[in-house]
Design a protein around this ligand. Structure first.
Ligand code: BGC
Length: 753
């Protein structure tokens, strides 16, 4: 452990001297309140009062120091700023005011920039796994874990909270996000943010907004009508922000309806700050700023690492000039600073400054393992192939370096494994790589359960792998898809020879299981030939152990797909992505081929709603996932009380094992042609057990965005409520007439008494 920084020590003890209470008999001269030296350190004041007090005490130079960060790591051979912790964003301390340095680090799956600390950190599974758990408290636990690690390394900001919707399975960053449904994604990400911030670390929510593809991300315009945006991507942000209260919103690289997100008045001033009353600050993505006055006036509060990634540092001399010329009012600068400061006050960062402290990595790995187990989706299980038995016989482990580790994604969010990647010498070795594996061996974990009867074949030599499979009782093929920030994948096919490998192994051994470690949906031309398929996503620091526990039934598969699994690209709103596979930055070949993307093709009908609208059958629907037992759903009923609609359904475990049902409530408002997820529950049931499950409908999922009143309005009429095990497996439905109402995230209020 390194010694605590002197500044932080000063801050702990510093600060305010509380006004002493006047007591009877004491003379005024003795007991007059001591004027606080630093009134903003009075934790009894609200974050806004404290920020006001501090802004008042600041010079213009100090204010300008808080509205831009510097890149805090070595860049193209140039040194990092003195005092920075090898981070993505850094602001030096302001000792005169008792302000500690600000160190910002990536990202949502764990602390991604630990170089200053030598070894790696604990990686959670992919964001899609968190979403697949349909379990907000578990997502919160993950947030607590990574927030605590960040705090104990001295980082004050985690660049987490990715909640862009999965509109396309080829998006290279889907693994950082939480799927295609705004209610599920917003709820899961909001819970994770809340967990992070409980550790006195500010979290972002990102990338605001519609950064739903990486191809051409620095220039493309995501075009979409305002109402459709409000009911899809922006709703995910609205929910995540309301639930998580992140200190910062990171605006994205792309343009939205032709205007760059970080200088987009509609996105920042109107939607975020006016309609959602967001009190925190907007920070730019790295290289996403294109102007000074325009950005500041549109609502951007802090420029990130502009000296490295923008054409110039806009939020220094250019913005000072704009203020001097009267183009930007001084009040706006004060507002920017206020917003930055209140974010740190709100999480208690001044009372509990981030400081180096020991980390219990073993305990943190257990948190990651629980998240991985709860996030794995059992997609196929023919003839009871799973769970495996310890006496199932020799198991062939094939492909994806499953002898030593599990796959990860690349880019800024990549968490370096503790002990380093167990696989070296694989491409790419530079940004958005290096391609890394988490050090948790599925083969070892499986071997520990079946008496060591495991053997490994790499999979490059298909004949050798098939031979090993033929000699084994069970073959498990690990199939991987490495993707990374800054690029999309051109197709949904598994890369390399993996389709052929799986087909050959399945031919050699009918008892073949495929474990996918992918960014999400891939084509499965071999699906009918294999007995089992498990989607493990990128399963994180303890992924190997988690996979083995699910395969052997030590833990019940309980996750459900947080996104639709198309058969192939032809079913997507955009069958091709022009230029997909070209990197926006970094790895050659580079390119910016796509300039505009029309999201009005599907509008708010993202994912399962698109499939319903177009009468398409996916390979697996949203919300789908098997367990090792079976459930029966009774007929649902719907009740309305004080503006809140709830549905009740009896769920019974009809199988022989304890399992987890995830009943899902969908609603179709009058006149709509697609259903929307309105709520869900997770319920654990023993064999033969049945239970009444009550699910509250999200008020805004019953409503539509009304651009005239700037609010969510529920029309009077007949609403169809459906309860089921997925977006297409509907067990029962009920129609209810509801009156017109004005709705918020929390409740609906009828507009006519
Ligand atoms: C990514 C952000 C990340 C930032 C800082 C950008 O390239 O888009 O998600 O937080 O870099 O590393």
């Amino acid at each position: 452990m390194q010694p605590r920084r002197p500044l932080q020590r000063t801050l702990r003890n510093a600060g305010f001297v509380c006004a002493m209470a006047l007591t009877a008999g004491t003379s005024l001269a003795v007991s007059a309140p001591v004027v606080p030296a630093r009134p903003w350190m009075n934790a009894a004041l609200s974050p806004d009062q404290r920020a006001d007090a501090l802004v008042k005490a600041m010079t213009q130079d100090e204010k300008f120091r808080l509205i831009r960060t510097e890149y805090g790591a070595i860049f193209n051979g140039q040194p990092k700023p003195a005092g920075s912790k090898d981070v993505a964003g850094y602001i030096p301390a302001l000792p005169r005011l008792g302000l500690p340095a600000i160190h910002e680090t990536d990202a949502g799956q764990g602390v991604a920039r630990p170089a200053a600390f030598g070894d790696g950190d604990t990686a959670l599974p992919a964001g899609l796994a968190a979403a697949a758990s349909f379990d907000p408290p578990l997502a919160r636990d993950g947030g607590v874990m990574i927030g605590r690690e960040a705090h104990r390394m001295g980082f004050s900001v985690l660049l987490a909270g990715g909640v862009d919707l999965a509109r396309d399975p080829r998006n290279g960053r889907n693994f950082e996000y939480a799927g295609e449904d705004p209610l599920l994604a917003g709820t899961i990400v909001g819970a994770a943010i809340r967990g992070i911030q409980s550790q006195h670390v500010v979290s972002t929510v990102k990338h605001y907004a519609l950064n739903d593809l990486e191809t051409g991300r620095n220039t493309l315009s995501a075009n979409i009508g305002h109402t459709a945006a409000r009911e899809s991507d922006l709703l995910a942000f609205e929910i995540a922000i309301a639930d998580g209260q992140p200190g910062a919103v990171m605006c994205s690289y792309n343009r939205v309806n032709s205007v760059y997100a970080c200088e987009n008045d509609w996105l920042l001033n109107q939607v975020l700050k006016r309609d959602w009353k967001y009190p925190g600050f907007v920070m730019s993505d790295w290289g996403a700023v294109h102007s000074a006055a325009q950005s500041a006036l549109a609502g951007l509060d802090q420029e990130s690492a502009g000296e490295r990634f923008d054409k110039e540092v806009y939020f220094d001399q250019p913005l000072r000039g704009a203020v001097a010329r009267g183009e930007v009012p001084q009040a706006r600068i004060d507002d920017m600073v206020h917003r930055v400061l209140r974010a740190f006050f709100a999480v208690g960062a001044f009372e509990h400054p981030a400081a180096e402290a020991p980390i219990d990595y073993a305990a943190d790995a257990r948190v990651s393992q629980r998240a991985a187990e709860a996030g794995m989706v059992l997609l196929r299980n023919e003839q009871g192939a799973l769970p495996l038995d310890k006496d199932s016989g020799a198991v062939a482990i094939i492909g994806s370096h499953a002898d030593v580790g599990v796959t990860t994604g690349g880019g800024s969010s990549a968490v370096k494994p503790r002990g380093g990647s167990p696989v070296t010498g694989v491409e790419p070795s530079t940004w958005p790589g290096p391609k890394m594996y988490q050090r948790s061996s599925p083969m070892q974990a499986i071997g520990q359960r079946n008496g060591g009867k495991v053997a490994y074949a790499g999979g490059e030599d298909i004949a050798a792998a098939a031979k090993l499979a033929a000699q084994s009782k069970v073959a498990i093929v690990f199939a991987e898809q490495w993707v990374a920030e800054s690029m999309d994948v051109p197709t949904m096919r598994l890369p390399g020879n993996q389709d052929a490998l799986i087909a050959a192994v399945a031919k050699a051994n009918p008892h073949t299981i495929v474990v996918l470690e992918t960014n999400g949906p891939v084509q499965m031309p071999w699906l009918d030939q294999v007995q089992g398929v498990v989607e493990a996503w990128y399963p994180g620091a303890a992924g190997g152990e988690a996979i083995a526990r699910v395969l052997f039934g030590e833990v019940e598969p309980s996750a459900r797909l947080p996104l639709t699994w198309p058969k192939d690209e032809s079913q997507l709103p955009r069958p091709t992505i022009p230029g997909a596979g070209l990197a926006a930055i970094g790895m050659p070949p580079q390119g910016q081929p796509q300039q505009d993307i029309d999201y009005d093709i599907e509008g708010a009908d993202v994912g399962y709603r698109w499939f319903q609208k177009k009468h398409l059958q996916p390979l697996f629907p949203f919300g789908y996932g098997l367990g090792y037992t079976t459930f029966r759903y009774g007929a649902p009923t719907v009740h309305t009380s004080r503006g809140q609609v709830t549905a009740t359904v009896r769920v019974s475990n009809t199988g022989k094992r304890t399992g987890v049902a995830v009943p899902q409530l969908y609603v179709t408002p009058p006149g709509a042609d697609t259903r929307r997820l309105a709520g869900w529950q997770r319920v654990t049931l023993a064999p033969g057990q049945s239970r009444e499950v009550t699910i509250a409908a999200s008020p805004v999922r019953l409503a539509s965005w009304d651009p005239t009143s700037h609010g969510w309005q529920r029309a009077a009429g007949s609403y169809r409520f459906e309860l089921g095990a997925s977006a297409t497996d509907i067990a029962g439905k009920v129609e209810t007439t509801l009156p017109a109402a004005h709705c918020t995230l929390a409740a609906c209020t009828p507009t006519t008494p």
